[in-house]
Design a protein around this ligand. Structure first.
Ligand SMILES: NC(=O)c1ccc[n+]([C@@H]2O[C@H](COP(=O)([O-])OP(=O)(O)OC[C@H]3O[C@@H](n4cnc5c(N)ncnc54)[C@H](OP(=O)(O)O)[C@@H]3O)[C@@H](O)[C@H]2O)c1
Length: 347
């Protein structure tokens, strides 16, 4: 497991709870400081100890062996199990690391991390080519819609010969929650703080507020539809003056934006509309932007961290196929990773 944050720790706990009902074994956990590696598999007591220690602020380097992620992976690959799988639950640019793990270590890959699939096209091509050349599999259900079966549904439609023309909707649980909170009169800074405390935001909440995270999801979906154009430029809700701050300084400065967002939400409300951060994906385009939508519409009715994905396809041309539900949360995201892990071909 690469990464041992909110999602990684939830995943470790869920794997332990499955116990002997699963053929998976959790053998190694890696963070930025080092790794813990037990080739025979970590037992539930050891996992619980590591989860608690990491949640309390200790690093894996201090709990196990200090090493960079590259060195850790090389070591683990050299002593790896029969059918190694790497679950990327970081939020980092791990594309090269993953390509190497597939090529040299013959790891299957399961990603909650969007960045390796949402970078420059050439980097994504390199990663997918490395996976294919090694005869391995890459699965990425948790990258879009957290635990919702968005990728599985899309893959199913494509595999059955349907032609997906476009996917529209709201793909950020965090922005859905924050914009919904504005609608009910809460301050932006207050809503962001709550979303962060609940583990719904990216490690740096500006990744959500900038629209970058939503744009990555739009790009991942569009690429599945054959799009090979430039990554979309998302509409950034964070003013330029606050983009260079540290995370802590940014959170402290956030109340400065409350007034402008309140005004924007009130302006929309006077027109019977609400603010939503919407994405679009098609074979020819990918986009992510803040939009006013009618209050009385499927997007206007979204609540909490709900995501919505409307698929227009040859078989669903007018009334779209819709997937809707909570689109954030470490436990749900971990469950989607676990579903992918269980679905890997037996080696
Ligand atoms: N939370 C959600 O609701 C949600 C929903 C859908 C998808 N996701 C995705 O799931 C991923 C994890 O989210 P999270 O909330 O668990 O993040 P998080 O709590 O910040 O945890 C990230 C973990 O990754 C580790 N890490 C970062 N770069 C690394 C590297 N190069 N090599 C090894 N480890 C590295 C960090 O190490 P240190 O501990 O040493 O810093 C940390 O343990 C993200 O990509 C996110 O977009 C999250």
């Amino acid at each position: 497991m690469l990464g041992f944050g909110g999602v990684g720790r939830a995943l470790a706990a869920q794997m332990c709870a499955l116990g002997r009902r699963s053929r998976l074994r959790l053998c190694a956990i890696v963070d930025r400081s080092g790794y813990v590696f037990v080739p025979a598999g970590l037992g539930p007591r050891e996992v619980a100890r590591l989860v608690n220690a990491k949640a309390a602020g200790q690093s894996l380097g201090s709990l196990g062996t200090a090493a960079t992620p590259d060195v850790a992976l090389d070591f683990i690959a050299a002593h790896a199990a029969q059918a190694p799988v790497l679950a990327d639950v970081t939020a980092d640019e791990t594309g090269l690391l993953l390509a190497r793990a597939a090529a040299r270590g013959r790891f299957d890959l399961v990603l909650a991390n969007k960045k390796p699939l949402a970078g420059p096209q050439r980097a994504v091509d390199t990663l997918l080519a490395a996976v294919a050349a090694a005869g391995r599999t890459l699965r990425c259900e948790a990258t879009v819609g957290a635990g919702l079966p968005v990728i599985a549904s899309l893959d199913g439609l494509i595999a059955s010969g349907d032609r997906v023309r476009s996917i529209d909707g709201c793909a950020s649980g965090t922005l859905a929650f924050v914009l919904g909170a504005l609608e009910s009169g809460r301050a932006l800074s207050d809503a962001v703080r709550e979303a962060r405390e609940r583990g719904w935001t990216e490690p740096d909440p500006r990744d959500d507020l900038s629209g970058r995270d939503a744009a990555r999801k739009a790009l991942i979906l569009a690429r599945k539809l054959g799009y090979r154009g430039a990554p979309p430029r998302a509409e950034d809700l964070v003013p330029r003056s606050m983009r260079g701050l540290s995370v802590a300084a940014f959170l402290q400065a956030l109340p400065r934006l409350d007034g402008a967002f309140r005004a924007r939400a009130e302006q929309a409300a006077r027109r019977g509309r609400v603010l939503r951060y919407v994405i679009h994906a098609s074979p020819r385009a990918a986009s992510a932007r803040l939009a006013e939508v009618p209050k009385d519409s499927p997007l206007g009715h979204l609540r909490g961290t709900d995501n919505l994905f409307a698929f227009r396809t040859r078989h669903y041309p007018d009334a779209p196929l819709v997937i809707q539900g909570p689109g954030a949360g470490p436990a749900r995201t971990a469950a989607a990773v676990l579903t992918d892990l269980q679905a890997l071909p037996a080696r």
